[in-house]
Ligand binder design. Structure first.
Ligand code: BG6
Length: 512
């Protein structure tokens, strides 16, 4: 198949930073998979741009090697057909001269079916890249009506704080219209993350219970066993609050707590998320002392690229409240860290205990509250825990779990998050990308936390052993409310039993 001979003008995906790890390790495997499934818009071409001087053949060889390294089995014929879509041009995105080769290559395409620019670059290059595209006449604005699309995909980290995110947004919006900007959070491309919306809004059973009237609290865990690896220089300047909370955890919080959008459509969905983020109770420095725990894994300061005296947190846990009718008084406990016991991402929604127990249970037994656990990874599914009778034991009860796993229904492994996101960006669906105001709101929540944590008078992060479940203070954060961290999708939670204090948990005040 000769892709360039299609009658319809075809889009071109321009990947800046095409020889880097994101492009070779994530984007190209996802594009190859879309190609094999026949899902790429007809005739889609891919233009790799990097500063090296590579022939198309050498670029193809580099990509093929990266695919093999990623464990993708590429049939030679399928690979050759895919490779025909891909060209390489040497370029430097930060100047008009550096972009002349790119411009020429795009113009030589003949028909213009739209350009999608993917900035797979170091974040400090984003402003230069936007300026370069604008000056070279490749950006979205100014644009004639009905002109072919110009879109840009911007990776995280999107800024370092609210001020820098706003400056970056201003820069991007000087060259592209908001409708042309695709700010990526790859968690939104995960099937299990999208399934949160389906679980909540395609069923009638759960939504009536999904509020302060029936829910005791919600836990969101995004735990990683891996350490910072070779990302020390970036990570040490970011830490877990910027690297994971501002984006991935805020997105999970949104999806589990938003009101139902009227349609699955970019602005309806993003509007609901912004409303939710605006309702998150601001955490001032006093509150942060109580509601934020920071940790650092043992040996972190010996990692390459990390400052010897670094106080950067590799773990954080926080208690948040959402000030609206649905969630008033319900704590949301969020935690994420590296160097932990295992890789697991899960949302646990714990319901209230039944208001009255009519059964005479043995002295040591009590009714356990129901739980819905939404497994994000590696357990991709849903667990629902409820009480059942133990046969032939009077009225004794025990907890049982109904389990759904995607893997039991599907023969193929779920696609990588980038597949869905790349396809959406190519076809112009921004539902799973972040809008400017969403980024702002998320930073408004995170900024006070980073300020409190980085205050030189604040205690340093608590050191925790690699392979543990994080600092003991994170267990105390919940124990204070007479709760404990739980995971339903993995067996060993490693959490300490809650230490029941006589103290009245403060969230209970005025509730029910
Ligand atoms: C990235 C963070 O956004 O997400 C990394 O920068 C983190 O630090 C990664 O490891 C986790 O993503 P996933 O898809 O592997 O869970």
């Amino acid at each position: 198949m000769n892709e360039t001979s299609t009658a319809q003008p075809a889009p071109v995906l321009v990947i800046f930073g095409a020889t880097g790890s994101l492009a070779t390790g994530k984007l190209v495997p996802a594009l190859f998979s879309l190609h094999r499934k026949g899902r790429l818009p007809p005739g889609t071409r891919i233009l790799g741009v990097a500063r090296q001087d590579l022939s198309d053949d050498r670029f193809h060889a580099l990509l093929e090697a990266a695919l093999r390294a990623a464990g993708v089995v590429a049939q030679p014929a399928a690979w050759r057909e895919f490779a025909r879509r891909i060209h390489f041009v040497s370029g430097d995105v930060s100047s008009v001269e550096g972009l002349s080769g790119v411009k020429q290559a795009l113009e030589s395409e003949g028909s213009d079916g739209g350009h999608l620019y993917y900035l797979a670059l170091a974040p400090w290059l984003y402003p230069k890249a936007i300026d370069g595209l604008l000056k070279a006449g490749l950006a979205g604005r100014p644009k004639a009506e009905n002109a072919p699309f110009r879109r840009i995909v911007v990776e995280k980290p999107f800024g370092h704080d609210l001020a820098s995110a706003r400056a970056l947004n201003r820069k991007i919006l000087s060259a592209f219209d908001e409708s042309e900007v695709f700010r990526i959070d790859h968690f939104l491309g995960k099937e299990t993350v999208q399934n949160i919306l389906v679980f909540r809004f395609a069923n009638i059973m759960f939504e009536p219970l999904w509020s302060r009237n029936f829910i005791d609290h919600v836990q969101i865990t995004v735990a990683e066993s891996k350490r910072v690896e070779d990302r020390g220089p970036y990570y040490d300047g970011a830490g877990v609050l910027r690297d994971m909370f501002q984006n991935h955890l805020m997105q999970l919080l949104c999806l589990v707590a938003i009101e139902a959008p009227s349609r699955f459509e970019a602005d309806a969905l993003r509007g609901e998320k912004v409303k939710l983020l605006r309702a998150v109770r601001p955490i001032d420095e006093m509150a942060a002392r109580r509601d934020l725990v920071a940790g650092q894994y043992q040996g972190y300061t010996l990692e390459p690229g990390v400052r010897k005296e670094s106080r950067t947190p590799t773990y954080a846990a926080a208690r948040l409240f959402i000030d609206n009718w649905r969630w008033q008084g319900v704590p949301f406990y969020l935690r994420s860290g590296k160097g932990l016991a295992r890789r697991v991402s899960e949302i646990v929604v714990q319901f209230l205990a039944p208001p009255h127990n009519m059964f005479e249970l043995p002295a040591e037994q009590s009714l356990e509250p129901n739980r819905v656990s939404l497994g994000i990874q590696p357990d991709e599914g849903v667990h629902i825990r409820f009480e059942t009778k133990i046969p032939d034991r009077g009225m004794e009860v025990r907890s049982s779990t109904l389990v759904f796993h995607f893997a039991d229904q599907e023969t193929a492994a779920p696609p990588d998050a980038y597949e869905r996101l790349l396809l959406d960006a190519l076809t112009g669906d921004a539902s799973l990308f972040m809008r400017e105001d969403e980024i702002d709101q998320a930073w408004s929540i995170i900024d006070p936390l980073t300020h409190a944590q980085e205050d030189p008078t604040a205690p340093p992060p608590e050191v925790y052993p690699v392979g543990s479940w994080g600092p003991a203070a994170a267990d105390r954060l919940l124990a204070r409310d007479r709760r404990a961290w739980v995971l339903e999708t993995v067996s060993e939670t490693g959490t300490a039993p809650p230490s029941v204090s006589d103290e009245q948990p403060d969230h209970e005040v005025g509730r029910r």
